[in-house]
Design a protein around this ligand. Structure first.
Ligand SMILES: C[S@@+](CC[C@H](N)C(=O)[O-])C[C@H]1O[C@@H](n2cnc3c(N)ncnc32)[C@H](O)[C@@H]1O
Length: 204
């Protein structure tokens, strides 16, 4: 299965992930936090939380919030567990079948994971389901509108089975719209000469 190739890839990368990707992760998470507008005490889900860097940063800005992480790679979660307080719940599970009740979270956020999701519409439906009415969905990922990302996407599709596909602003907007999300706003930006990103925000 293709999702197994993502798990295999990240179980291999888990130990070195934080140091190898530190610039990229800090930049993308910083951009995401700038667009989150968290209020103290909000319940937040980090989808594809990996090694838990975003969860750490969320707890820094909103220590009274309940932050839960989910990822389907046990090795990435093991690294997250080492650095997060024990009170943080980390779930092994997939974005397309979330083990949470409906209307549970104030915010669902995801950084650099969406381009791995084999069924992005199902993942959006699930994110919407677990959000409370008026809850916010915030997704940061590579943006296909940038030439460097197009080239990167092409090579990864040819040579890396874990990779699935990246999306441009218009496609992302259309996917969110067709899942019935409201107030969709997508900003694209570069974090350096290579990485072209976008952050999409929407309301249930
Ligand atoms: C590039 S890492 C990003 C990790 C973290 N969000 C960050 O910004 O550093 C992508 C993560 O998404 C996870 N992932 C990919 N597809 C997933 C899915 N369908 N369900 C849950 N996690 C998934 C991978 O296991 C990996 O930990």
């Amino acid at each position: 299965m293709y999702s197994d190739s993502v798990k295999t890839e990240y179980s291999r990368l888990a130990k070195g992930y934080d140091s190898r990707w530190s610039f990229y992760v800090n930049a993308t998470i910083g951009e995401t936090l700038n667009r989150l507008e968290i209020k103290q005490g909000e319940r937040i889900l980090d989808l594809g939380c990996g090694t838990g860097v975003l969860i750490q940063r969320l707890l820094d800005v909103a220590p009274k919030s309940e932050v839960i992480g989910i990822d389907f790679c046990a090795e990435m979660l093991a690294i997250a567990k080492q650095k997060l307080p024990e009170s943080v719940e980390l779930k092994l599970g997939s974005a397309d079948n979330l083990p949470f009740s409906s209307n549970y979270f104030d915010i669902v956020v995801s950084t650099s994971a969406f381009h791995f999701f084999r069924d992005p519409s199902q993942a959006l439906q699930e994110a919407k389901r677990v959000l409370k009415p008026n809850g916010r969905l915030v997704i940061t990922d590579w943006c296909y509108d940038y030439l460097t990302c197009k080239v990167c996407d092409f090579f990864l599709r040819c040579f890396n089975r874990a990779h699935f596909r990246t999306y441009g602003v218009a496609e992302c907007q259309a996917m969110m719209q067709s899942e019935g999300l409201q107030e969709i706003a997508i900003e694209r930006y570069k974090i350096d000469w290579f990485w072209g990103m976008m952050t999409a925000t929407a309301v249930k």
